[in-house]
Design a protein around this ligand. Structure first.
Ligand SMILES: Nc1ncnc2c1ncn2[C@@H]1O[C@H](COP(=O)(O)OP(=O)(O)OP(=O)(O)O)[C@@H](O)[C@H]1O
Ligand SMILES: [Mg+2]
Length: 235
């Protein structure tokens, strides 16, 4: 089945309530850390298709709108979508910097319609994403990018997968945002993801309940989520 492309809410609907929601997440994150703003952020979730890319992309746009220089990295090297959302080529990107030593300057793309926002797409699919993300080359690259940009937002794969990509990236960033899809995912999955992230020493900033529905059949309702989030120290 063809995967749908995440929506660019802030660019398309600047005045919409969705855009407001991302701006509100941006504002909350800014104050989450004692002693300064969070400068690098991983967006992940327990399971696939919970809206990680949508949140990462729109949050990066909202942060750039606030006057920051922001780099959005597609750290989902298995099912990347950031290039699709911005309609960018993906024949070079993160994987080619790490594998072929492609020049960083050739891979970072400034987004014309969102001043301050640049994107590093995933690059071609490689056979060993976890190895690449955990490499010394990745650590050096991340350190260099952290100097060049005010904020780095990384879109990643999900936590409860047979591979450790998201956990590896979580140890690199200053904070992790957990996206939770209401109506599909059980809080036990989100709790397991939280536990795994904390075991790695990740700093959890909070959780975003996505696709909030009023349906009684939803497995996660807003009220249950709020209770879980506050009892888990997520908000
Ligand atoms: N709140 C929402 N309301 C409606 N559609 C949404 C919402 N959030 C995400 N979507 C849509 O759902 C689809 C999946 O979202 P997205 O790609 O952001 O999920 P993901 O967690 O990154 O998935 P994957 O695990 O495959 O990387 C996209 O088409 C996106 O536009
Ligand atoms: Mg995604």
């Amino acid at each position: 089945m063809k995967k749908k492309t995440p929506k660019l809410y802030c660019l398309e609907q600047l005045k919409s309530s969705s855009g407001d929601q991302f701006r509100s997440i941006r504002s909350n994150i800014r104050y989450t850390r004692v002693g300064g703003e969070i400068r690098s952020l991983l967006v992940t979730s327990s399971l696939p298709d919970e809206g990680k890319s949508t949140v990462a992309i729109n949050l990066a746009i909202a942060m750039a709108e606030a006057g920051k220089t922001v780099l959005l990295i597609d750290g989902d090297l298995r099912t990347p979508t950031v290039h699709k959302a911005f309609d960018l080529p993906n024949w070079i990107g993160l994987s080619s910097i790490l594998v072929d030593h492609t020049r960083l300057e050739d891979c970072i793309i400034s987004i014309e319609d969102a001043e301050g926002l640049s994107v590093l797409t995933s690059g071609p699919i490689s056979p060993n994403p976890a190895e690449l993300l955990g490499s010394e080359g990745m650590k050096r690259l991340f350190a260099e990018l952290s100097v060049r940009f005010d904020t780095i937002v990384i879109d990643s794969s999900s936590v409860l997968m047979p591979f450790s990509d998201a956990l590896i990236l979580a140890t690199m960033t200053e904070g992790v945002l957990l996206v939770v899809k209401s109506g599909k995912v059980l809080l036990k999955h989100t709790s397991s993801a939280k536990h795994l992230l904390e075991q790695q020493g990740a700093h959890l900033l909070g959780a975003v309940l996505n696709y909030r529905k009023k349906s009684r059949r939803s497995k996660i309702r807003g009220e249950d989520f709020a209770e879980w989030a506050s009892s888990s120290g997520m908000v």
